[in-house]
Design a protein around this ligand. Sequence first.
Ligand code: ATP
Ligand code: MG
Length: 423
Amino acid sequence: MRYADLFGATRREAPRDIESINGQLLYRGGFVDQTAAGIYTWLPLGVRVLERVERIVREEMAAVGAQEIIMPKLHPKEYWEQTGRWDRVDVLFKLESRTGKSYALGASHEEIVTPLAQKFIHSYRDLPKAVYQIQTKFRDELRAKGGVLRGREFGMKDCYSFHATREDFLQYYDQMLVAYRRVFERCGLTATRVRASGGDFTENISDEFHVETPSGEDTLRICDACRIGVNVEIAATQQACSTCGGALRETTGIEVGNTFDIDTKYSGAINFTYTDEAGVAQPVIMGCYGIGTTRLVGAIVEAHHDEAGIRWPASVAPLAAHVVVVVPRDAEKRVRVMGAAQDLMSQLSHAGIEALLDDREDTSTGAKFADADLIGIPVRIVVSDRALGEGGVEVKYRDAAEGSVQPRETVVAALVEAKGRTH
Ligand code: ATP
Ligand code: MG
């Protein structure tokens, strides 16, 4: 892909109302555009990152046997009335059709998924089941200042599981915690599990996953020994770790996901039951598990950046390499350098490595380097007359201070090897 052909270039400055680091860097790097506060367009580079994050989520959902579906975004009012949430959920966007029928824009999908599952789950033989979707959610958030961390329209993976017994649910919940840990790790994040319920065993379980960053909206108290914490909003008075009794460290975090024991809250509301082995109707037990996919991209930027720009972990980088051509003025040298860049691009493409080629002639090398740092692709490869003279191209990792000249083949082989490690 040529930088010059890319729809959506880098920008020197972000508008003043984009205050957060992730919002500024994603805007300036050409990953997103802001249509209005909390409403974003994802540009080609941003879509690439989002797709890589979503792919990781899909793989880990498949690993716990969850099947992908796509539910509607437009929800008839009756669905939300059945659970009493039409009037209770303050962030619900509501609209009316020409004929006076009322709808909500999906803020969450329990209201849709529960009656859906009721159509297919009748007997204990149909259980357990889990479905998920990755989809746009709409919420009338009062404050939408955190860049893509808090959108009024945003991407979420929401998964729902259905069980015959509490035991079965609890076992699945533990599997989901493992899947969540893997998703965040694979995205290059250290997420801490934060107990969101009070810890009383008669209460429903719920956990949040937080990425610690200075910009996090939530105040947490974390036990570093157990790598578990509490949300101050919920457990304001807790001072010691409930597992080891150790001291808790106060910090701030971004909630990238959560897992809920919703038990029979929604199944009960619509009398969703299954017949057990004895032929007796029993309530279906449910779990619900969310990950903010667009927020995850923002959290990655908050966790991985420096003054110059983003430093994408290889697993979610928009492309694997950023090829910068130092275009010589001399015509003969120019042909040689441009030719070498083309050769490198086709070698990379044959090896299955996606690279961004910046061969702009009207832009200084310094500006191209600044763009490469801002965009944050993990490996920068400079094709120049000087490096060619030294027998190769200059390779510099985004997180290293210095680069080194290496033969083209070595560079391609290293990228192929790195790709093998991140997949
Ligand atoms: P928050 O407390 O941050 O508002 P929430 O408790 O409302 O989150 P859920 O309704 O459980 O969150 O949604 C699941 C996940 O979706 C959250 O863990 C978060 O990662 C993401 N999410 C929630 N609201 C937003 C938003 N406005 N913009 C982007 N992502 C969001
Ligand atoms: Mg919320």
